[in-house]
Design a protein around this ligand. Sequence first.
Ligand SMILES: N[C@@H](CCC(=O)N[C@@H](CS)C(=O)NCC(=O)O)C(=O)O
Length: 212
Amino acid sequence: MTSITIWGTGTPRSFRPIWVAEELGIEYEHRAIGPRTGETQTPAYQRLNRKQKIPFLQDGEVKISESVAICRYLRTKYSNGSIYQPNTPVALAKEDEWCCYIYGELDETSLYVMRRHGDLGAIYGDCPEAVASSRGYAEKHFGVLAELLEKREYLMADHFSVPDILLMSCLDWAVAYEVALPQGLLDYHARLSQRPAYLSAMQINYPDLFGG
Ligand SMILES: N[C@@H](CCC(=O)N[C@@H](CS)C(=O)NCC(=O)O)C(=O)O
């Protein structure tokens, strides 16, 4: 029996740890609880994660929330060489730099603002101006990334890494929101979406897209 349980399905944030787990080939139980279904509000789930959020990881006694933290924990603990493990101060700082940039600027400041004040406007308040300005902001930063990724295969140069997993999840999200993506990023997305673990994670996280 595996000690690892990954909670959460159906969102770009839940996709990330599932993709990592699929890359690492680890055995894990997937508890497919979705956002705004009430499943994050049950007393049992609140005892696990007071924040009432997905994704969430249990590994024996270890409990971790936050998609970026879960990805990095799994990658480091169960490293099999498929996802780059930085091991110098510079490489660690570069990985931090990309994780913070993608999570801060693309996920929370752009795409999630579009979601909160667009699709989820009934809960968080409709705000077309915030949605429009977040779209423009996302496009600006996608431009920065496209320039770089026209010249290198992955964010960490020659190595497939956690920041690539974060960026890919944001690109899928951006495509769903019809954000204009530069060709350099479309090419990068096409390259990385060939990875078998990406496809299995898509099927696990978004079963409805695959007739599940
Ligand atoms: N910063 C967190 C964000 C997690 C988050 O906001 N998750 C949303 C779904 S994307 C959620 O669980 N919402 C609670 C609910 O809807 O029940 C992460 O990256 O893991």
